[in-house]
Design a protein around this ligand. Structure first.
Ligand code: NDP
Length: 246
């Protein structure tokens, strides 16, 4: 796949899955905008990409802050001629059983995971509509499809992303813009590192492919959806879970 000449925005690319997505787009020739709240980490990822002869810029941006999102997207648009690909990847968990879940934990997860996708999609799609082309890829989760005890807030946010993605697909189809979601299963990152070993062992039994996924597995699906190979695919959710939800 070749992304030469393409500008790609990846939210939450300072760590984990987003970082790997950013690196893979850069390896495929794309100019990647690394985004996270932690500006120093964003700069580190940018420098790593540059050291491997890739192209990247780094921006500190909180996806929950609409003004901050507008400011950063405008900076990107001032410097580059447009945004070709948007990957909404930033996400958090605040797990608890429903009866113990605080309103704050509900709101925080919904605000980062769902409202953040709304903010970035709204601002970036304006530029895509002007260009009459673009690819939007939203990172959902298998939990948004099957649910999970202790993750009602997270599951609701990730299911919300799937409905949001289908709506964008319908709204933008006639303007040359596709919108798809990727729903990873259990992927080894900081987010899942907190899980107890016993819980990890139980989970592994439910994965037909017999191993946890890596950020690399998720990045592969994103690059495919962003490529010309997927030009006729929109409104879909690609599950990357080793068969866990079959
Ligand atoms: P990590 O916790 O490793 O990384 C999360 C990323 O999101 C970081 O780069 C973080 O950057 C960024 N982020 C968090 N909050 C904000 C915010 N308010 N504004 C901007 N950036 C933010 O998570 P993963 O890599 O594991 O997860 C990435 C995505 O994949 C998430 O949407 C997650 O829900 C989803 N997913 C992950 C699975 C897994 O098993 N790991 C499974 C299914 C889905 P910073 O701290 O610099 O802001």
């Amino acid at each position: 796949m070749d992304f030469k000449g393409k500008t790609i925005v990846v939210t939450g690319s300072t760590r984990g899955i987003g970082r790997e997505i950013a690196i893979q787009f850069a390896q495929a020739g794309g100019n990647v905008m690394v985004i996270g709240r932690d500006g120093e980490r964003a700069a580190q990822v940018r420098d790593e990409i540059a050291a491997a002869n890739g192209q990247a810029d780094a921006f500190a941006c909180d996806v929950t802050n609409a003004e901050n999102v507008v400011e950063i997207v405008n900076k990107i648009l001032d410097k580059h001629k447009g945004i070709d690909i948007l990957v909404n990847n930033a996400g958090i968990t605040k797990d608890n059983l429903l009866l113990r879940m605080s309103e704050t934990d509900w709101d925080e997860v919904m605000t980062v995971n769902l409202k953040g996708v709304f903010h970035f999609s709204k601002v970036v799609s304006k530029a895509m509509l002007r260009a009459k082309k673009g690819k939007i890829i939203n990172i959902s989760s298998i939990i948004g499809i099957v649910g999970n005890a202790g993750q009602a807030n997270y599951a609701a946010s990730k299911a919300g992303i799937i409905g949001f993605t289908k709506s964008l697909a319908k709204e933008f189809a006639s303007r040359g813009i596709t919108a798809n979601a990727v729903a990873p299963g259990y992927i080894e990152t900081d987010m899942t590192a907190q899980l107890k070993t016993s819980a990890q062992e139980d989970l592994l039994k439910d994965i037909p492919l017999g191993k946890f996924g890596t950020a690399n597995d998720v990045a592969g699906a994103c690059l495919f959806l962003a490529s010309e190979l997927a030009d006729y695919i929109t409104g879909q959710t690609i599950v990357v879970d080793g068969g866990m939800a079959i």
